[in-house]
Write a protein that binds this ligand. Sequence first.
Ligand code: URA
Length: 249
Amino acid sequence: MTSAEYPGERLQKVLARRGVGSRRVCDALVSAGRVTVNGEVAIAGRRIDPDHDEVAVDGVPLAVRPGVVHYLLNKPAGVVSTASDPQGRPTVVDLVPREPRVFPVGRLDADTEGLLLLTNDGDLAFRLTHPSIGVEKAYLAKVQGTPSPAALRRLREGVELDDGPTSPARVVFTPPDLLRLVIHEGRNRQVRRMCEAVGHPVVRLARFRIGPLADPSLAPGTWRPLTPAEVRFLEQAAAAGEQRSAAPR
Ligand code: URA
């Protein structure tokens, strides 16, 4: 049987449909030996069963599976990051399609605005919220008062909180009261507690980036699906974090 007669779909077509890139880019990836099917390097013209064969690019499985959705939501203040709220406040799941049912990946405080992922991909959500993964998250905080160089240094080097010191953070200060903070941890009310600990309680807080995911055009209260490339990045970030935490120290 020639490859054209073999049942299934051309690999390049499946890659393109799942958003890996244009047909030309997908051809190039296959020719470069960067695509595997069931763990074996694929050759050009390979046909696959998209429902059963495991396809990976650079070792990362294609993330988009039928029925699995990933949304990026710009959460407004006053909305809680749970599926239901005993106090009857609006929840993030009220802001996205009802079906299929999704849940938030991690959380933002009710009074924090900004980007939040929601998905029904339990495996990815579990891996991304594991403390060892440490996807970068960037926040914009308006604080009370004007932080001194010493306060900024403490934020950058790590602040002692009641659940232990924070890891070093990147902090950019725009006088008189705006801080741009990039952290890897995801502790409860972490940014608020860090700022409070150095004497500058947060007045307003927004998350504007999760890893490479940012979207200044996403209005508060609106959402969009992640692109396949964005989903692949999250898969890669989860896999990289797992490797880091498994490596001998
Ligand atoms: N840090 C906070 O203090 N609150 C959030 O919602 C997220 C990070």
